[in-house]
Write a protein that binds this ligand. Structure first.
Ligand SMILES: [Zn+2]
Length: 250
């Protein structure tokens, strides 16, 4: 066994099995999710989950669990055969402004949306665009998801991993790795839209694609410096996301 064991120990630290996590990696992941659960619940209750800082994310974890998280932060989508762009983790915290209270009405019942934040310029452009949509269409879209810190992005990635067969490669088609998401990149700030009736296309993209609001965006969003990020059959190996637009005017 001597030679083989020596070879193994010379492998880089970056040793996650990205195709499918090994049993021990799954165990570590479950322990990490359990350790983070109280923190994430508290942040959600405060409406501040989207602003989660790295320090807060690491605080409840052991040294080896922190190292486990570092392995994910080192993964680049390019290494997974995907072409999603690596934006980096912006060091400077942008000026983030609360979008304010929002609610959808589904089956006659009002349901408040989770608090969202956007960089000021993106928020102002969004508001101007919605005034125009309201005037032209008598409808508007709400911000289901705006800014997400890279730390919260990593948490979401870890949370969804078990639901995508413990596969980093597969999960990456639906949830961006930290540093790869337009939601955490204020220079190209993304917004996930939801309409006032609560249609967001999450389970069935074609439901959002069929909305008059979506057609209006296709015709007019460019005038407000918003662009669709992931059209059908995009080159990024990312699923079709008709609700996900980004602001290009920063
Ligand atoms: Zn999105």
């Amino acid at each position: 066994m001597g030679a083989a064991a020596w070879l193994l120990s010379t492998l880089p630290v970056w040793a996650l099995n990205v195709v499918q996590l090994e049993p021990q990696e799954r165990e570590t992941l479950q322990a990490v999710l359990a350790a983070l659960d109280p923190l994430i619940s508290a942040k959600k209750k405060d409406g501040a989950a989207n602003l989660l800082a790295w320090q807060e994310l690491y605080e409840p974890l052991t040294a080896s669990q922190r190292a486990f998280l570092d392995e994910f932060r080192a993964v680049r989508a390019g290494a997974l055969g995907a072409t999603s762009h690596y934006f980096g983790e912006s060091a400077a915290t942008p000026e983030l402004v609360p979008v304010g209270p929002q609610q959808v009405v589904k089956d006659g019942a009002a349901k408040p949306l989770d608090p969202q934040y956007l960089p000021r310029a993106a928020l102002e452009a969004y508001r101007r665009m919605m005034e125009a949509m309201q005037a032209g269409l008598g409808r508007r879209l709400l911000v289901e998801s705006g800014y997400r810190s890279p730390a919260y992005q990593l948490y979401l990635f870890l949370f969804y991993l078990p639901k995508h067969g413990w596969s980093v490669t597969e999960t990456n088609r639906f949830v961006a790795l930290p540093g790869h998401s337009e939601h955490g990149n204020p220079a190209r700030q993304a917004i996930d839209f939801i309409n006032e009736a609560g249609i967001n296309g999450e389970d069935h993209p074609e439901e959002f694609e069929a909305l008059p609001e979506y057609r209006w965006l296709q015709e007019h969003a460019g005038q407000f410096s918003f662009a669709l990020s992931y059209p059908r059959d995009n080159a990024y190996h990312t699923s079709f996301e008709p609700w996900h637009w980004h602001y290009e005017g920063s």
